[in-house]
Design a protein around this ligand. Sequence first.
Ligand code: GDP
Ligand code: IMO
Ligand code: MG
Length: 421
Amino acid sequence: MVDVLLGLQWGDEGKGKIVDYLAQGYDIIARFQGGPNAGHTLYVDGNKVVLRTIPSGVFNPRTLNLIGNGVVIDPVTLREEIEGLKQLGIAVDTNLFIAHKAHLILPSHRALDAASEAAKGKDKIGSTLKGIGPAYMDKTGRNGLRVGDILTENWKEKYEKLKNKHMEMLAMYQDIPDWKSWEAEFFNAIEYLRNLNIVNCEYWINEHLANGKKILAEGAQGSMLDVDYGTYPFVTSSNTIAAGVCTGLGIAPQKVGDVYGITKAYCTRVGSGPFPTELFDETGDKLRDAGHEYGAVTKRPRRCGWIDLVALKYAVMMSGANRLIVTKTDVLDGFDEIRVCTSYTVNGETTTEFPFDICSDNIVANYETLEGWGNNMTGCTDAQALPGAFLKYQHKLESFLGARIQFVSNGTGRNNLIKIF
Ligand code: GDP
Ligand code: IMO
Ligand code: MG
């Protein structure tokens, strides 16, 4: 079976840490969408590592790691990641596999991302500027270049053709970065990519499934950044919900097993766009400080607020998340009270449904207030020792969301994880 782990909020829920832990029980970890806009943080033997394109199973020596065809790959970032891991003694080359149908991010995609964001002015998405949107646009526009193309004879011709098209598009913009200077390192990285294990993802993964291998699909971004169901247009350009696993890896829906849905005990968002429970006061600042809420990729301060059960229930519904994981519970230590949003008032009407026009509608988040758990989550190692106030919070989430919490995370390390069932 292919189990799935995905973010239920706006990304950065702690997916990297949890996948690294769960990887012990899987033969293969597979990324199915997104690209180097992702930053998945792991602490291994005291070293902090931020993975961008490489699956977070890479620290488990017996786990194979697949970059699926739904991912967009920047060869330059990929090479940097692999070389960085080698310095930590991780032999990535032998257990990393790359789908030949995954699309490539070109230097001109990054330039288009930057130019189009600059032109949007105050309406900008807050993109990570890694070329994600333009690369997926070329994929659906049927112009894109795929990893397999670099193995064909006329690769250079294909590259020039797409580059020229991008140059015509760039001519429409004023603020264009000096992207031509990025081409040399891109071509070096392409040579590097040629020597990695490039595979036919759909046959590769289905053969492993037929041989009884256990696979975990690792999501990037979060459900509320999904291109179809997120807070459009302030979203990323891929399907981040469980449905993306089938197209992103080439597997049938019957092969999907458990879905781990991961949420912080509060909520964050980086970049622009609606965030109904955002806090603009000192409580928001306290969450940012205590949770070290700064982007793993762009270092931007993350916007912080209370947990939003309306948005979470919507995300749980769309992906069928049946095993919840709550991270960063230690960050709420020392809060006298903890608020949970249980409905919205939209243009005067109260609802528990996520509204269509979240960008322009007048949305007020309504809260229930729960008692804080003192300083008792930090250092807790056992489900039997969870503080009573946490249990009430846990039951509130479980009854509202209709799914059970399987793991509670209370620190950055591999061991800061409490298994409930
Ligand atoms: P991802 O993109 O979902 O993998 O998450 P990020 O790595 O971008 O952001 C999560 C951050 O929270 C990282 O810095 C993690 O080290 C950290 N983190 C994960 N779980 C916990 C936790 O339970 N408590 C604390 N304090 N930090 C955590
Ligand atoms: P992980 O996997 C948080 C956000 C950006 C921006 C929007 C579009 O680490 O959780 P893009 O570069 O995709 O065009 O940006 O999506 N975003 C993320 N926010 N975590 C991420 O990934 C993100 N990837 C993209 O900030 O608002
Ligand atoms: Mg992240």
